[in-house]
Structure formats: C-alpha cells, structure tokens
Design a binder for this molecule. Structure first.
Ligand code: NAP
Length: 484
C-alpha cells in the first residue's frame, strides 16, 4: 500500500471537505509495474455527485464575480504548491501510472506551467469596450464564467490533463466537479490535498468525485446546473457525451484520440528524426495522444532510418518506473498490453518485418512490460494504420512523393498531432498546410505547451487547451451597453 503525506484521505472532496462514500464502497488502484494494489479509494454514488454539483453552484458568483486578482492568486498558489511538491506528486504518479519517475516529476512541472500561464494572461479575460460606428454608441463585452463545469480526465497524464482544464476554469471563475480516471485517482487526490492546504479557494469551487464512470457521467450530462463538460479521453466516450448532452445543448470541450503521422523525407537530418521519434514515441510508454502512430519514411532512406531506430531502441531499458535509469515503464493494464500485442501480431501476419523488439510469442505472460518494437513494411490495411496503438510500437511505411504522403497522413478519422521532418522549409510549409491536424511539428517531435493552443480537428475533438484560446474555453461573452 502506498503511504504519502499527500494522501491523508482516500476519499472525494465536496464543498471544501473530504467526503467518504456513505455506503462505504471503494475500488482498488494498482501499480502496473508490480500488479500490487496500492490503495482502495472511495467510490461515490449518484447522490454525492449531485451534492458536488450543488456545492459548485453555491460557489458560483455571477452577479459579483471573483476579481481577476483573486483568481490570479489561486492560480499562482496552485502553481507554487505543485512545484514545491513535485517529487512526491511525481512518485505517486509513477506508482499508479508506471511511467519513469523523472518523467512523472517532469509532468508535474508541465502541469504547473498551465497554472503559471493562466495567471500571467488572465488579464485577457477583463471586460473591454467597443464602438458601433453608425449609431455612435458603445458596448462593453464581459467574459462571464459559464457555470459549474464537469472536468473528466484520462489516466495517461494524471496531473497534466487536469492542469489544462482546471487552470482555465479557475481563471474564468468557474467551479468544477472533477472526475479522474479510475486507474489514476491518487495523483488527483494529492492535488486536492495541496489545494486544501495551500490555496484559499471558496468551499465548493473544486470538487472531486471518483468511481463508476457511467454513474458520474450520467449526473454530469443530465444535471441542468452543469452547462459545460470538458473531457479528455477516447473518441468513443467523447461521441457518447455529445449524444448524452444534446438535449440540453451543453457546451463541450473534447480532447479525443489521435493517430499521428510522422513523416520523414529523404532530405531530413535522419539522426535528429530518429532521436525525436524515440523521445516522442516512447514517452509514457507510447500511451500519449500525440505519440507518432504511423511513421512514413521516404523509400530512399527507409533502410538507413530503420537501422538508426533499431540502434537506439536496442539500448533502451524497460522496467519499474521507480528504478533508476529505466526508459520505459509498463503499459497501464492488460487490455492495453493485449491491444499492442494484437497490433504487432496483425502487422507481422500481413507481411510486416520485425526490425527491433520481440515476436509476440516471446513476450511472456503475467506482466505488462512491452518491449519497444519497430516493424517495417506497414500497409494501410493493418490495424496499426487504422487504430491508435497506445503502446511502444513504431510501424514504418514508405512513400515516394509529397502528394502521396499528405494523402496517406490524412487517411484517418483523427486529426490531433502530426510531424514532418525535412530540410526544405517551403516543403514543410506545404505539407503542414495540407495535413488536417491541430498540431504539426517541423523537425521536432515535441507536443503541446501551456503557451500554444492545442486540440483536435475531425474526430480528435472540439476546442483548444493552452494559449489564449484555452483561456477563453470556460467563459461566455456577454455584450451590454457601456457602463453596465
Ligand atoms: P476513456 O476510456 O475515454 O476514459 C477517459 C475518462 O472518461 C476516464 O475518466 C473515464 O472513467 C471516463 N469515462 C468513461 N466512460 C465515461 C462515460 N460514459 N461518461 C463519462 N466519463 C466516462 O479514455 P482513456 O483510456 O482513459 O484515455 C486514453 C484516450 O485518451 C486515448 O484515446 C487518447 O488519445 C486520449 N487522450 C487525448 C488527449 C488529447 O489531448 N486529445 C490527451 C490524452 C489522452 P473511468 O476511468 O472510470 O473509466
């Protein structure tokens, strides 16, 4: 069992107080590296979720909103608390997610960056005036908090994903009801411990509910006092939320699945392309929405590039994230492991060649450690071309021309992240403009930052997180005559 000063309670948090589940229901949290139960946390029922919404409603101030100075201080205090407790929050994160400790602690810094960004740009949410020339009258535009927001997060970035949502919600003055993924609720409890101790938030401004997604999701979708849901997770669940909130025409911010193309032209710096691919692909064990999922390499350089990848992959260590110098932790659960295995089996059966990694029959049983794997000869009919693998598989396909690779890159319902490696700046601009993806990196595999708007096109989502666009997600513009 995990012991931590940041986990004094393993319960929800409603109206400024830790909140047990009255019927005593709990669910177990596992360490994916060892298979051991590390904690049992409260599983809340419908009535607690409703209480959390009511608590949020009582914290909402529409007629005299929290001032910008008050909101900025909340954001700064959360940023500072995260930075001061980075090691311990990272250790908890590592134990429930499995990613290497340094990477987990880096995620805490990343999360703090979103609170920092919002604190420094919150002034943009101040009211402004405009003049209607023909009638010579002036108007004031106010950015009103939309109301109590439901924030639902996935397990792959247990602190990073909530930071993006909560920083913008608090900047807007919106109370929230937060539901973490059931695989990784402990990092969220640690965040609530820090907010409880170090941040002077009104009771009900932040509420934590954990337990069955169907129960919590139903209340958040149906409750008339929750006008907005911000969700990060699979496209499948995102689609369900669209349907379930349609009657009330709720605002949705959806950060959904990806199927990122990573395009390497024959004029690219192949070492840089390989280094960036390793950093991008194996972050979080390959379980990130921005991970390269389809690697397109120009046919002239595919062998050389494959060799460079194999050299790097063969030096990587896989193991418990708490162990020093581990590059790659376990996958999150058996379903995740089985999916990657299925993709490898399918690719090899359909003619792919193993460049690095193990054959599925040599993987062994009873653990979640999947070796980094490179396969060449990938074709569009293979599962790894159509679906998000969410694991450490690098599937390489070849291409001959710019037009062909733009078409192949876009041949997916998803549109989140994409990457192009070429020494030709004009070509990079043409390819980026042709790719229907919310993010396109040129000669870099890095992903979202607090400063830049990030989000999906097509079935990868609606809305943006980060940047000024993200700051405006939780407000509604109201135009009134000047002086109101
Ligand atoms: P998921 O299964 O969709 O779950 C995400 C969250 O939604 C979890 O908290 C889950 O709760 C909850 N949930 C499930 N069913 C629900 C329902 N009917 N109503 C309300 N909430 C519900 O996704 P995941 O497996 O955790 O995350 C992986 C996916 O997230 C990948 O597709 C990845 O690409 C995507 N992702 C996207 C971004 C982005 O920025 N676009 C970032 C990170 C991840 P339980 O855990 O209790 O089931």
């Amino acid at each position: 069992m995990i012991e931590s000063p940041l986990l004094p309670k393993l319960t929800g948090y409603i109206g400024g107080r830790w909140s047990e589940s009255p019927d005593g229901n709990t669910f177990d949290v596992y360490n994916p590296a060892t298979g051991e139960v590390v904690a049992s946390v409260a599983s809340m029922s419908e009535s607690e979720v409703q209480q959390a919404v009511e608590a949020g409603k009582s914290a909402l101030r529409l007629t005299s909103p929290y001032t910008i100075e008050t909101r900025r201080k909340w954001l700064e205090d959360i940023r500072d608390a995260l930075k001061a407790n980075k090691e311990e929050v990272g250790r908890i994160l590592c134990m429930e997610h499995g990613k290497p400790l340094k990477e987990a602690q880096g995620e805490v810094d990343y999360a703090a960056g979103f609170f920092d960004y919002c604190s420094k740009h919150i002034q943009a949410l101040d009211a402004h005036t405009l003049t209607e020339k023909p009638k010579d009258c002036t108007w004031t535009v106010h950015y009103r908090p939309i109301g109590v927001a439901g924030l639902i997060t996935p397990w792959n970035f247990p602190i990073g994903m909530i930071a993006k949502k909560l920083s913008a919600a608090l900047a807007a003055g919106c109370p929230s009801v937060i539901k973490p993924a059931s695989e990784t609720p402990l990092t969220m409890i640690a965040l609530f411990t820090l907010m409880d101790k170090h941040v002077d938030l009104p009771d009900g401004m932040v509420n934590l509910v954990m337990g069955k997604a169907s129960v919590i999701g139903k209340v958040l979708c149906e409750h008339p006092d929750v006008p907005m849901l911000s969700f990060t997770g699979s496209t499948e669940v995102g689609r369900k939320l669209i349907v379930d909130t349609a009657d009330q025409v709720k605002k949705l911010a959806l950060e959904l699945g990806g199927n990122a193309p990573y395009i390497v032209f024959d004029d690219a710096d192949l070492d840089a392309a390989a280094d960036n691919l390793i950093a991008n692909k194996f972050r979080g064990g390959g379980q990130t929405c921005v991970c390269a999922n389809r690697i397109f390499v120009h046919e002239k350089v595919v062998e050389e590039f494959g060799q460079k990848l194999a050299d790097r992959v063969n030096r990587m260590t896989v193991g418990d994230g708490l162990t020093e110098d581990v590059d790659l932790g376990p996958l999150i659960n058996k379903a995740g492991f089985d999916k990657v295995k299925r993709h490898v089996e399918d690719a090899l059966e359909k003619g792919g060649q193993l460049v690095a990694g193990k054959k599925p029959s040599d993987l062994g049983e009873g653990h979640l450690f999947f070796p980094p794997t490179v396969i060449s000869g990938i074709t569009p009919d293979m599962c790894c071309s159509r679906e998000e693998t969410f694991g450490p598989l690098v599937p390489m396909a070849t291409f001959r021309s710019e037009e062909e690779v733009i078409e192949a890159g876009n041949d997916t319902e998803f549109g989140l992240a994409s990457y192009v490696f070429t020494g030709d700046a004009e070509r990079a601009q043409r390819v980026a403009a042709g790719l229907r993806f919310g993010h396109c990196g040129w000669n870099t595999g890095t992903g979202p930052t607090p400063e830049a708007p990030f989000g999906g096109m097509k079935a990868s989502g609606i809305g943006r997180e980060g940047g000024l666009e993200g700051l405006f997600e939780f407000v509604e513009a109201q135009t009134v005559p000047r002086g109101f």
